[in-house]
Ligand binder design. Structure first.
Ligand code: NIG
Ligand code: FE
Length: 413
Protein backbone atom coordinates (compact mmCIF):
# COMPACT_ATOMS: atom_id res chain seq x y z
CA UNK A 1 0.00 0.00 0.00
CA UNK A 2 1.44 3.35 -0.94
CA UNK A 3 0.37 6.62 0.58
CA UNK A 4 1.35 10.16 -0.38
CA UNK A 5 0.55 13.15 1.84
CA UNK A 6 0.83 16.53 0.16
CA UNK A 7 0.92 19.27 2.77
CA UNK A 8 1.20 23.04 3.04
CA UNK A 9 -0.69 23.39 -0.26
CA UNK A 10 -1.14 27.08 -0.94
CA UNK A 11 -4.53 26.39 -2.54
CA UNK A 12 -6.25 23.09 -3.31
CA UNK A 13 -8.26 23.82 -6.45
CA UNK A 14 -11.54 22.36 -7.71
CA UNK A 15 -12.79 20.65 -4.55
CA UNK A 16 -16.22 19.23 -5.37
CA UNK A 17 -18.64 16.79 -3.81
CA UNK A 18 -19.18 13.48 -5.58
CA UNK A 19 -22.64 14.36 -6.87
CA UNK A 20 -21.42 17.22 -9.09
CA UNK A 21 -21.32 15.92 -12.66
CA UNK A 22 -20.77 19.24 -14.45
CA UNK A 23 -21.08 22.98 -13.89
CA UNK A 24 -23.24 25.21 -16.05
CA UNK A 25 -24.23 28.84 -16.50
CA UNK A 26 -23.51 30.97 -13.43
CA UNK A 27 -22.21 27.90 -11.55
CA UNK A 28 -19.18 28.10 -13.80
CA UNK A 29 -18.06 31.41 -12.33
CA UNK A 30 -17.42 29.82 -8.95
CA UNK A 31 -14.27 27.77 -8.36
CA UNK A 32 -14.30 25.83 -5.12
CA UNK A 33 -10.91 25.80 -3.34
CA UNK A 34 -9.31 25.31 0.10
CA UNK A 35 -6.45 27.63 1.01
CA UNK A 36 -3.74 26.19 3.26
CA UNK A 37 -4.58 22.54 2.58
CA UNK A 38 -3.38 18.95 2.71
CA UNK A 39 -4.29 16.07 0.42
CA UNK A 40 -3.89 12.35 1.09
CA UNK A 41 -3.57 9.81 -1.70
CA UNK A 42 -3.61 6.06 -1.18
CA UNK A 43 -2.62 3.85 -4.11
CA UNK A 44 -4.56 5.30 -7.04
CA UNK A 45 -7.25 7.10 -5.04
CA UNK A 46 -7.86 10.45 -3.35
CA UNK A 47 -8.56 9.45 0.24
CA UNK A 48 -8.97 12.69 2.13
CA UNK A 49 -8.11 16.38 2.30
CA UNK A 50 -8.61 19.33 4.58
CA UNK A 51 -7.15 22.48 6.09
CA UNK A 52 -3.61 22.45 7.47
CA UNK A 53 -4.81 22.99 11.06
CA UNK A 54 -6.01 19.38 11.07
CA UNK A 55 -3.33 17.78 8.93
CA UNK A 56 -2.86 14.06 9.71
CA UNK A 57 0.40 12.62 11.11
CA UNK A 58 2.94 11.92 8.43
CA UNK A 59 4.70 8.96 10.04
CA UNK A 60 5.84 6.39 7.53
CA UNK A 61 4.21 7.99 4.52
CA UNK A 62 5.75 9.78 1.62
CA UNK A 63 5.35 13.52 2.17
CA UNK A 64 5.43 16.26 -0.44
CA UNK A 65 5.82 19.78 0.90
CA UNK A 66 3.82 22.04 -1.43
CA UNK A 67 4.62 25.36 0.24
CA UNK A 68 3.75 28.18 -2.21
CA UNK A 69 2.35 25.69 -4.73
CA UNK A 70 -1.16 24.77 -5.75
CA UNK A 71 -2.74 21.39 -6.44
CA UNK A 72 -5.30 20.85 -9.20
CA UNK A 73 -7.07 17.81 -10.61
CA UNK A 74 -5.14 16.94 -13.79
CA UNK A 75 -6.59 18.48 -16.95
CA UNK A 76 -8.89 16.27 -19.02
CA UNK A 77 -8.43 16.77 -22.76
CA UNK A 78 -11.66 15.45 -24.30
CA UNK A 79 -10.83 16.02 -27.99
CA UNK A 80 -7.56 15.03 -29.68
CA UNK A 81 -6.22 13.33 -32.79
CA UNK A 82 -2.76 12.51 -31.44
CA UNK A 83 -2.23 9.34 -33.44
CA UNK A 84 -0.81 10.53 -36.75
CA UNK A 85 2.11 9.67 -38.99
CA UNK A 86 3.64 13.03 -39.83
CA UNK A 87 3.33 16.74 -39.19
CA UNK A 88 1.98 19.13 -41.88
CA UNK A 89 4.17 22.25 -41.87
CA UNK A 90 3.70 22.59 -45.63
CA UNK A 91 0.03 23.49 -45.07
CA UNK A 92 1.04 25.92 -42.34
CA UNK A 93 3.18 27.72 -44.90
CA UNK A 94 0.35 27.56 -47.49
CA UNK A 95 -1.90 29.32 -45.01
CA UNK A 96 0.74 31.95 -44.27
CA UNK A 97 0.79 32.55 -48.02
CA UNK A 98 -2.95 33.14 -48.10
CA UNK A 99 -4.76 29.83 -48.61
CA UNK A 100 -7.61 28.90 -46.28
CA UNK A 101 -8.00 25.54 -44.50
CA UNK A 102 -10.84 24.68 -46.91
CA UNK A 103 -8.78 25.63 -49.99
CA UNK A 104 -5.92 23.45 -48.80
CA UNK A 105 -8.33 20.57 -48.19
CA UNK A 106 -9.86 21.01 -51.65
CA UNK A 107 -6.44 20.48 -53.27
CA UNK A 108 -5.82 17.20 -51.42
CA UNK A 109 -4.34 18.60 -48.22
CA UNK A 110 -5.97 18.47 -44.82
CA UNK A 111 -7.31 15.19 -43.49
CA UNK A 112 -6.63 13.39 -46.79
CA UNK A 113 -2.98 14.47 -46.59
CA UNK A 114 -2.72 12.87 -43.13
CA UNK A 115 -4.47 9.73 -44.42
CA UNK A 116 -1.90 9.42 -47.21
CA UNK A 117 0.94 9.81 -44.74
CA UNK A 118 -0.56 7.25 -42.36
CA UNK A 119 -1.25 4.56 -44.92
CA UNK A 120 2.28 3.18 -44.93
CA UNK A 121 3.17 3.82 -41.30
CA UNK A 122 3.44 0.70 -39.15
CA UNK A 123 1.47 0.25 -35.94
CA UNK A 124 4.77 0.41 -34.07
CA UNK A 125 5.76 3.75 -35.65
CA UNK A 126 2.36 5.22 -34.92
CA UNK A 127 2.51 3.99 -31.32
CA UNK A 128 5.97 5.46 -30.76
CA UNK A 129 4.93 8.84 -32.20
CA UNK A 130 1.71 8.99 -30.22
CA UNK A 131 3.47 7.94 -27.01
CA UNK A 132 5.90 10.80 -27.43
CA UNK A 133 2.98 13.21 -27.65
CA UNK A 134 1.26 11.59 -24.65
CA UNK A 135 4.43 12.26 -22.68
CA UNK A 136 4.45 15.86 -23.92
CA UNK A 137 0.88 16.56 -22.85
CA UNK A 138 1.55 15.04 -19.44
CA UNK A 139 4.30 17.62 -18.94
CA UNK A 140 1.65 20.34 -19.27
CA UNK A 141 -0.69 18.71 -16.75
CA UNK A 142 -3.03 16.49 -18.77
CA UNK A 143 -4.12 13.31 -16.99
CA UNK A 144 -6.90 12.02 -19.27
CA UNK A 145 -7.16 12.17 -23.03
CA UNK A 146 -9.69 11.21 -25.68
CA UNK A 147 -8.04 10.09 -28.92
CA UNK A 148 -9.75 9.78 -32.29
CA UNK A 149 -9.10 7.66 -35.33
CA UNK A 150 -9.96 9.26 -38.68
CA UNK A 151 -6.64 9.48 -40.50
CA UNK A 152 -7.00 5.92 -41.76
CA UNK A 153 -10.09 6.06 -43.97
CA UNK A 154 -9.65 2.42 -45.01
CA UNK A 155 -10.73 -0.60 -42.99
CA UNK A 156 -7.17 -1.66 -42.18
CA UNK A 157 -5.82 1.83 -41.49
CA UNK A 158 -8.73 2.80 -39.21
CA UNK A 159 -8.29 -0.45 -37.27
CA UNK A 160 -4.54 0.20 -37.14
CA UNK A 161 -5.14 3.60 -35.54
CA UNK A 162 -7.65 2.19 -33.06
CA UNK A 163 -5.26 -0.61 -32.08
CA UNK A 164 -2.61 2.00 -31.36
CA UNK A 165 -5.08 3.87 -29.15
CA UNK A 166 -5.97 0.61 -27.38
CA UNK A 167 -2.29 -0.07 -26.76
CA UNK A 168 -1.85 3.44 -25.30
CA UNK A 169 -4.84 2.72 -23.06
CA UNK A 170 -3.22 -0.47 -21.82
CA UNK A 171 0.33 0.81 -21.40
CA UNK A 172 -0.02 4.41 -20.18
CA UNK A 173 -0.95 5.81 -16.80
CA UNK A 174 -2.86 8.61 -18.47
CA UNK A 175 -6.57 7.70 -18.82
CA UNK A 176 -7.43 7.13 -22.48
CA UNK A 177 -10.81 7.03 -24.25
CA UNK A 178 -10.98 5.86 -27.87
CA UNK A 179 -13.18 7.56 -30.45
CA UNK A 180 -13.89 6.02 -33.87
CA UNK A 181 -13.91 8.80 -36.48
CA UNK A 182 -13.98 6.78 -39.69
CA UNK A 183 -16.29 9.50 -41.07
CA UNK A 184 -13.66 12.24 -40.87
CA UNK A 185 -13.46 12.88 -44.63
CA UNK A 186 -14.49 11.09 -47.81
CA UNK A 187 -11.41 9.19 -49.05
CA UNK A 188 -10.19 10.05 -52.57
CA UNK A 189 -11.06 6.59 -53.84
CA UNK A 190 -14.71 7.12 -52.87
CA UNK A 191 -15.01 10.71 -54.11
CA UNK A 192 -17.74 9.69 -56.56
CA UNK A 193 -19.08 6.87 -54.44
CA UNK A 194 -19.82 8.28 -50.99
CA UNK A 195 -22.37 5.52 -50.45
CA UNK A 196 -19.63 2.93 -50.91
CA UNK A 197 -17.48 4.41 -48.15
CA UNK A 198 -20.41 4.80 -45.75
CA UNK A 199 -21.26 1.14 -46.36
CA UNK A 200 -17.65 0.26 -45.60
CA UNK A 201 -17.87 2.08 -42.26
CA UNK A 202 -21.15 0.45 -41.33
CA UNK A 203 -20.67 -3.06 -42.67
CA UNK A 204 -16.94 -3.61 -42.31
CA UNK A 205 -15.36 -1.23 -39.82
CA UNK A 206 -17.99 -1.21 -37.08
CA UNK A 207 -18.30 -5.03 -36.77
CA UNK A 208 -14.48 -5.35 -36.47
CA UNK A 209 -14.39 -2.53 -33.91
CA UNK A 210 -17.04 -4.33 -31.87
CA UNK A 211 -15.24 -7.66 -32.16
CA UNK A 212 -11.92 -6.25 -30.93
CA UNK A 213 -13.43 -3.79 -28.41
CA UNK A 214 -11.59 -0.89 -30.03
CA UNK A 215 -13.73 2.17 -29.32
CA UNK A 216 -15.78 3.93 -26.64
CA UNK A 217 -17.22 6.69 -28.83
CA UNK A 218 -18.23 7.29 -32.43
CA UNK A 219 -17.76 10.66 -34.13
CA UNK A 220 -18.61 12.18 -37.52
CA UNK A 221 -17.34 15.41 -39.12
CA UNK A 222 -20.75 16.87 -40.00
CA UNK A 223 -19.76 19.83 -42.15
CA UNK A 224 -20.08 21.24 -45.67
CA UNK A 225 -17.79 19.21 -48.00
CA UNK A 226 -17.49 16.43 -45.40
CA UNK A 227 -20.59 14.55 -44.14
CA UNK A 228 -24.19 15.72 -44.49
CA UNK A 229 -26.52 15.47 -41.48
CA UNK A 230 -28.33 12.58 -43.21
CA UNK A 231 -25.08 10.66 -43.73
CA UNK A 232 -23.91 11.48 -40.22
CA UNK A 233 -27.21 10.29 -38.78
CA UNK A 234 -26.95 6.92 -40.50
CA UNK A 235 -23.37 6.36 -39.34
CA UNK A 236 -24.11 7.43 -35.77
CA UNK A 237 -27.13 5.10 -35.64
CA UNK A 238 -24.99 2.16 -36.70
CA UNK A 239 -22.38 3.07 -34.06
CA UNK A 240 -25.01 3.32 -31.35
CA UNK A 241 -26.20 -0.17 -32.25
CA UNK A 242 -22.83 -1.60 -31.24
CA UNK A 243 -22.79 0.41 -28.01
CA UNK A 244 -20.66 3.39 -29.04
CA UNK A 245 -21.54 6.77 -27.54
CA UNK A 246 -21.98 9.58 -30.09
CA UNK A 247 -19.92 12.74 -30.34
CA UNK A 248 -19.83 15.19 -33.24
CA UNK A 249 -17.36 17.47 -35.02
CA UNK A 250 -19.69 20.19 -36.19
CA UNK A 251 -20.27 23.89 -36.90
CA UNK A 252 -16.57 24.54 -37.53
CA UNK A 253 -17.19 26.50 -40.74
CA UNK A 254 -20.94 26.29 -41.41
CA UNK A 255 -24.13 25.48 -39.54
CA UNK A 256 -25.84 22.59 -41.34
CA UNK A 257 -27.70 20.74 -38.59
CA UNK A 258 -24.96 18.89 -36.68
CA UNK A 259 -25.97 20.37 -33.36
CA UNK A 260 -29.59 19.29 -33.82
CA UNK A 261 -28.31 15.82 -34.70
CA UNK A 262 -26.20 15.79 -31.54
CA UNK A 263 -29.22 16.76 -29.44
CA UNK A 264 -31.48 14.17 -31.11
CA UNK A 265 -28.89 11.45 -30.57
CA UNK A 266 -28.15 12.43 -26.95
CA UNK A 267 -24.50 12.93 -27.90
CA UNK A 268 -22.03 13.24 -25.05
CA UNK A 269 -20.63 16.35 -26.70
CA UNK A 270 -20.72 18.44 -29.86
CA UNK A 271 -17.32 19.90 -30.63
CA UNK A 272 -15.90 22.97 -32.43
CA UNK A 273 -19.01 25.26 -32.65
CA UNK A 274 -17.09 28.21 -34.08
CA UNK A 275 -20.19 29.04 -36.14
CA UNK A 276 -23.48 28.98 -34.22
CA UNK A 277 -26.84 30.47 -35.15
CA UNK A 278 -29.35 31.61 -32.52
CA UNK A 279 -31.36 28.52 -33.38
CA UNK A 280 -28.32 26.31 -32.69
CA UNK A 281 -27.92 27.91 -29.27
CA UNK A 282 -31.62 27.49 -28.49
CA UNK A 283 -31.58 23.85 -29.53
CA UNK A 284 -28.52 22.89 -27.50
CA UNK A 285 -29.82 24.82 -24.49
CA UNK A 286 -32.60 22.28 -24.06
CA UNK A 287 -30.25 19.28 -23.91
CA UNK A 288 -27.56 17.57 -21.81
CA UNK A 289 -25.04 17.67 -24.65
CA UNK A 290 -21.70 19.24 -23.63
CA UNK A 291 -20.59 22.08 -25.95
CA UNK A 292 -16.86 21.48 -26.41
CA UNK A 293 -14.80 24.42 -27.60
CA UNK A 294 -11.36 24.32 -29.17
CA UNK A 295 -9.78 27.78 -29.03
CA UNK A 296 -6.31 26.60 -30.15
CA UNK A 297 -7.87 25.55 -33.46
CA UNK A 298 -9.38 29.03 -33.90
CA UNK A 299 -6.00 30.54 -33.06
CA UNK A 300 -4.02 28.38 -35.45
CA UNK A 301 -6.44 28.61 -38.40
CA UNK A 302 -7.35 32.21 -37.74
CA UNK A 303 -11.07 31.43 -37.73
CA UNK A 304 -13.73 32.77 -35.32
CA UNK A 305 -13.80 31.61 -31.70
CA UNK A 306 -16.87 29.71 -30.49
CA UNK A 307 -19.38 31.94 -28.65
CA UNK A 308 -18.47 30.62 -25.21
CA UNK A 309 -19.87 33.53 -23.25
CA UNK A 310 -23.20 33.43 -25.08
CA UNK A 311 -23.53 29.75 -24.20
CA UNK A 312 -22.69 30.33 -20.54
CA UNK A 313 -25.08 33.29 -20.38
CA UNK A 314 -27.80 30.99 -21.71
CA UNK A 315 -27.21 28.76 -18.68
CA UNK A 316 -25.17 26.16 -20.57
CA UNK A 317 -21.97 24.39 -19.55
CA UNK A 318 -18.89 24.60 -21.76
CA UNK A 319 -15.89 22.31 -22.01
CA UNK A 320 -12.43 23.24 -23.31
CA UNK A 321 -10.14 20.85 -25.19
CA UNK A 322 -7.04 21.12 -27.38
CA UNK A 323 -8.02 19.32 -30.64
CA UNK A 324 -4.30 18.33 -30.84
CA UNK A 325 -3.81 17.24 -34.48
CA UNK A 326 -1.26 17.85 -37.25
CA UNK A 327 -3.50 20.06 -39.42
CA UNK A 328 -5.63 22.52 -37.49
CA UNK A 329 -4.01 22.42 -34.03
CA UNK A 330 -0.46 21.16 -33.56
CA UNK A 331 -0.56 21.78 -29.81
CA UNK A 332 -1.72 19.66 -26.89
CA UNK A 333 -1.10 22.27 -24.24
CA UNK A 334 -4.21 22.74 -22.11
CA UNK A 335 -2.67 25.72 -20.30
CA UNK A 336 -2.49 27.58 -23.59
CA UNK A 337 -6.12 26.61 -24.30
CA UNK A 338 -7.08 28.24 -20.99
CA UNK A 339 -5.17 31.41 -21.90
CA UNK A 340 -6.89 31.65 -25.28
CA UNK A 341 -10.29 30.98 -23.72
CA UNK A 342 -9.75 33.81 -21.24
CA UNK A 343 -8.23 36.26 -23.71
CA UNK A 344 -10.32 35.61 -26.82
CA UNK A 345 -13.54 34.07 -25.51
CA UNK A 346 -13.65 36.23 -22.36
CA UNK A 347 -13.99 33.30 -19.99
CA UNK A 348 -12.91 34.14 -16.46
CA UNK A 349 -10.11 31.97 -15.03
CA UNK A 350 -12.74 30.23 -12.88
CA UNK A 351 -14.89 29.41 -15.92
CA UNK A 352 -11.88 28.22 -17.88
CA UNK A 353 -10.64 25.94 -15.08
CA UNK A 354 -14.13 24.46 -14.60
CA UNK A 355 -14.34 23.91 -18.38
CA UNK A 356 -11.00 22.04 -18.45
CA UNK A 357 -11.61 19.84 -15.39
CA UNK A 358 -15.07 18.67 -14.30
CA UNK A 359 -16.85 19.63 -17.55
CA UNK A 360 -14.08 18.05 -19.60
CA UNK A 361 -14.35 14.85 -17.55
CA UNK A 362 -18.09 14.87 -18.29
CA UNK A 363 -17.35 15.18 -22.02
CA UNK A 364 -15.29 11.98 -21.74
CA UNK A 365 -17.84 10.14 -19.59
CA UNK A 366 -15.43 9.95 -16.66
CA UNK A 367 -16.86 12.59 -14.34
CA UNK A 368 -17.42 10.07 -11.54
CA UNK A 369 -13.67 9.34 -11.33
CA UNK A 370 -11.88 12.41 -12.76
CA UNK A 371 -12.06 16.18 -13.04
CA UNK A 372 -12.13 17.26 -9.40
CA UNK A 373 -10.59 16.83 -5.99
CA UNK A 374 -13.18 14.52 -4.47
CA UNK A 375 -12.80 11.65 -2.00
CA UNK A 376 -12.83 8.37 -3.89
CA UNK A 377 -11.85 9.87 -7.24
CA UNK A 378 -8.64 8.87 -9.00
CA UNK A 379 -5.37 10.29 -7.69
CA UNK A 380 -4.81 12.20 -10.96
CA UNK A 381 -3.53 15.60 -9.94
CA UNK A 382 -0.82 18.14 -10.67
CA UNK A 383 1.24 20.40 -8.49
CA UNK A 384 2.08 23.83 -9.82
CA UNK A 385 5.30 25.74 -9.39
CA UNK A 386 5.12 28.54 -6.81
CA UNK A 387 2.43 30.82 -8.24
CA UNK A 388 0.63 33.86 -6.81
CA UNK A 389 -2.92 32.76 -7.74
CA UNK A 390 -4.71 30.17 -9.86
CA UNK A 391 -5.45 32.90 -12.42
CA UNK A 392 -1.69 33.02 -12.99
CA UNK A 393 -1.98 29.85 -15.13
CA UNK A 394 -4.02 31.44 -17.98
CA UNK A 395 -2.42 34.85 -17.36
CA UNK A 396 1.21 33.77 -17.72
CA UNK A 397 0.53 32.45 -21.21
CA UNK A 398 2.92 30.26 -23.11
CA UNK A 399 4.81 29.18 -19.99
CA UNK A 400 4.41 25.93 -18.14
CA UNK A 401 3.53 26.26 -14.47
CA UNK A 402 3.08 22.52 -13.92
CA UNK A 403 5.83 21.22 -11.65
CA UNK A 404 4.76 17.64 -11.16
CA UNK A 405 2.02 15.29 -12.26
CA UNK A 406 0.66 12.33 -10.29
CA UNK A 407 -1.35 9.75 -12.23
CA UNK A 408 -3.04 6.80 -10.51
CA UNK A 409 -1.08 7.79 -7.40
CA UNK A 410 2.24 7.50 -9.27
CA UNK A 411 4.58 10.46 -9.49
CA UNK A 412 5.18 10.94 -13.25
CA UNK A 413 7.39 14.03 -13.24
O1 NIG B 1 -10.92 18.82 -35.41
N1 NIG B 1 -12.28 19.41 -38.16
C1 NIG B 1 -11.93 18.29 -38.45
N2 NIG B 1 -10.90 17.60 -37.99
C2 NIG B 1 -9.78 18.10 -37.27
C3 NIG B 1 -8.69 18.59 -38.15
C4 NIG B 1 -8.20 17.57 -38.99
C5 NIG B 1 -6.99 17.90 -39.78
O2 NIG B 1 -6.89 18.97 -40.41
O3 NIG B 1 -6.15 17.02 -39.77
C6 NIG B 1 -10.21 19.17 -36.31
O4 NIG B 1 -9.84 20.35 -36.44
FE1 FE C 1 -11.01 17.51 -34.03
Amino acid sequence: MSKILIKNIKELVQVLSADVKLLKGTEMSNLSTITGAWLLLENDTIIDFGEMNNCPDDNEIEVIDATGKMVFPAWCDSHTHIVFAKSREEEFVDRINGLTYQEIAAKGGGILNSAKKLENASEEELYTGALKRVNEIQLTGTGAVEIKSGYGLTVEAELKMLRVIKRLKQTCDITVKANFLGAHAIPVKYKDNRRGYIDLIINEMLPRIKEEGLADFIDVFCETNYYTPEEASEIIDAGKKIGLIPKFHTNQFTSIGGIQLGVANKALSVDHLEVMTDEDINDIASSDVMPTLLPSCSFFLNIPYAPAKKLINRGLPVCLATDFNPGSTPSGNMNFVLSLACINMKLTPEEAINAATINAAYAMGIESTHGSITKGKKANIFLTKEIPSYAFIPYYFGHNQIESLILNGKIMK
